[in-house]
Design a protein around this ligand. Structure first.
Ligand SMILES: C[S@@+](CC[C@H](N)C(=O)[O-])C[C@H]1O[C@@H](n2cnc3c(N)ncnc32)[C@H](O)[C@@H]1O
Length: 337
């Protein structure tokens, strides 16, 4: 079953498409390239995203891919994200990169507040046409003089309340995640040699690992979100740190093995819960450690069951547990490596 955003876009596009042949299109905000599969002339459509796997998928569908807008476009399609600040930053960007006489299309689900978002936009910039369908709304706007440039600030990296550079389009931008804090207390003075941080985000775990463990010789941060990867480079100034913009898929054939893997695994891709994503982090961590290596992970209690870890490791040490999190050290991987 196609997503509601896709169904809504297809209905809308079938109504407006005839006047748009051969024009330059950009898609921003979306984590689902397949939502735009109905677009013809994909060689003229740029799919813009921070996320490695989304870009890979967009490319396989025939879109031109990039992490940034770098041309002027006839049409920019913004699919709203769940972060309001990110959406405001993207509107400012769309306004900047739309050609004279160009048009911006905004598509969003009710669940993420499309109604109030469009109301806010339309009070400055009336929509030419709005459709309410499939539990959401889609609207089209004709280029106007710049009115939203004050929202460009949401495209910049700022120091958060804990003193780290972040931006609204990444995990826990406002403050250090509480689960990650529990994990750093557990690995204090226990890490040595070569370490991998899987899903490193803006670099909190790695920065702490380097600070608390002087026996670490090299720490590689793997992160699939480009802006989080950029933020981590700004946050960590240590020669032992190596930064890789890479998703799990990119490292599935990696030959290197590590003494330790540290990880606060994700369990959401976009909005829905994604337990397969979480399991693939556990699986890949088993592959990445040496035979005597260990994996240090934190889980949200109730989301993932300790018992399942027995499928991946022979030795499971629970180091911390409360109503919200449990932290463990995982040894003796079972996976064929
Ligand atoms: C729960 S966050 C943890 C971030 C950071 N380690 C911390 O503790 O604050 C998980 C991270 O995994 C990243 N991620 C999600 N899917 C990924 C994938 N397939 N490959 C690599 N990283 C991924 C997310 O972008 C996010 O930064």
């Amino acid at each position: 079953m196609h997503s509601l955003a896709r169904q809504r876009f297809e209905i809308f596009w079938s109504q407006v498409a005839p006047s748009y042949s051969g024009q330059k299109v950009a898609i921003i905000g979306s984590d689902r390239p397949q939502n735009f599969n109905c677009l013809q002339n994909k060689d003229l459509c740029h799919f813009i995203s921070n996320v490695k796997d989304n870009l890979r998928e967009a490319k396989s569908l025939g879109f031109v891919i990039s992490t940034i807008l770098q041309h002027y476009y006839d049409i920019i399609i913004l699919e709203l994200t769940k972060s309001k600040e990110t959406n405001l930053g993207l509107i400012a960007l769309a306004e900047e990169y739309i050609k004279d006489k160009g048009q911006v299309i905004i598509n969003g689900d009710n669940q993420i507040g499309v109604k109030s978002f469009l109301k806010n936009i339309s009070s400055h910039w009336p929509a030419e046409k709005t459709i309410t369908k499939k539990k959401g709304r889609i609207a089209i706007y004709k280029k106007k003089k710049q009115i939203f440039s004050h929202w460009k600030k949401y495209q910049d990296f700022h120091k958060n309340r804990d003193g780290y550079y972040t931006r609204c389009d990444m995990f826990s931008p406002k403050e250090i995640d509480k689960g990650s804090k529990k994990l750093t207390s557990a690995f204090n003075a226990k890490l040595f040699g070569e370490v991998a941080d899987l899903g490193a985000g803006w670099g909190y775990l790695s920065k702490e690992a380097l600070k608390l463990n002087d026996k670490i010789t090299k720490l590689t941060l793997f992160e699939s979100n480009y802006s989080a990867y950029l933020a981590s480079k700004k946050n960590i100034d240590d020669e032992r740190a190596k930064f890789r913009w890479a998703s799990l898929d990119d490292i599935k054939n990696l030959k290197a093995r590590f003494n330790h893997v540290i990880c606060n695994p994700p369990f959401h891709s976009g909005r829905p819960k994604d337990m397969d994503l979480l399991r693939s982090f556990i699986f890949h961590s088993t592959r990445l450690i040496t035979d005597h290596g260990s994996v240090w992970m934190v889980f949200v209690s109730g989301v993932y069951l300790e018992n399942e870890l027995k499928n991946y490791f022979d030795n499971i040490k629970i180091l911390y547990k409360d109503n919200h999190y449990f932290v463990c050290q995982l040894l003796k991987p079972k996976t064929e490596r």
